[in-house]
Design a protein around this ligand. Sequence first.
Ligand code: CA
Length: 463
Amino acid sequence: MPPPRPALLAFAAGLALAPATSRAEAPPASEKPNILFIVSDDAGYADFGFTGSKEIKTPNLDRLAAEGLRCTQGYVAGPVCSPSRAGLLTGKQPAHIGHENNLSNHDMGVDTGSPLLPARLKALGYHTGALGKWHLGWAEEYYPWKRGFDEFYGFLGGGSNYLPGAKGIPMTRNGAKDTEKEYMTDALGREACDYISRNEKSPWFLYLAFNAVHSPMQAPEGGEAKQTAISDKSRRTIAAMTVSLDDAVGRVLKTLDTTGQASRTLVVFLNDNGGATYSKFYNAPLRGHKGTLFEGGIRVPFLVRWPGKIPAGKDYTSPITALDLTPVSLAAGGAKPEAWKDSDGENLLPALTGQKPAPAKRELFWRFNVVAAMRDGDWKLIRIRDNAPLLFNLADDLAEKNNVADKEPARVKTMLARLADWEKPFPAPKWTEGPGWESTHVKDHTKPPVYRGLVNNEIVTQE
Ligand code: CA
């Protein structure tokens, strides 16, 4: 893979310091939009108003959808937390950087040879902040403040308590120990509002990585009692946690409004992977869950808003992946294609703004340990270790119910060959989670379909 290209970064940094000579290359700082990524964790696909939930009310995220594009084929780079985030922030396929599995030891972390998006945006004159869950490495070289974030408040691992209790929640603020006394989701929303208010003069990039609704399943005090329409206790818990997330997003959007920054801020909301089996998520009509390459593991709620630049209240119905957000963000910040040459994503900004049509046909790939998947247009192939591959046509079978691999042997062969070509240059995974997890992943892809949720107002639970 290419090195971090220090020459390019130094060149771009020089431009940011010398605006008089930079105009031909990049817009002045004032024209660069702020960029806000809001990430949720382990949420069910169907657990937001804008993805069809009638039970869980998310008016603030629905507002974001109404004021921007709802990406109906929005994907993440991996079906579990750490690879998904590695793809989001490097713009590279997790398999490309040996990061296709969740971190299992403290000496692992996101490839130091791949600059993260905040480092690239800093070179364009951005101030950068990260809040919440890191999960991209515990050792020093992987810390957010070593990887391009000017500020960090959160926790370095993959999860945290939400309820502070008497002792508070252990946190890290820019490398120093800190303690949080509020409910975690409220706290991260508070910190985001503070960051946005403090940085209103500079273009900024804020990575707001909520841990909601990842385990432990802890609703805010009094939150479950408000979910009177839901009879199931565990379902009330995830609903209350989701409403709390939505409330926090509402406060963040309001701060963008009151500080006059909404129109110059590109906001992206996405969930990091499908609903997790420990919670009462709803993923239907999508098959599968967190840890699978079925649509329910990798197709996620995905919104993009940039007032005046990106159409409001429409659906972007072509595929977009979290990998594309590196080129999109760099392009929005005024960089040239050279800046995202090493990314596995595509600059879809012209398609999102409507200046150009969406790419007619894309090939998309995923590799997660013992399983891999490929999309070629509407066709989707899933390769499973020691098992026959699966083939679906998502245009008429979004639920991946009808495996047509036997009917399309030539297509299966071609797609398997294409998948093998794609992965050929990639290294072996730098770490794995061990044989126990590998068997689980194989089993998850060979067992009868799992659906959970409301379909035509009926609860479907089949697993
Ligand atoms: Ca996750």
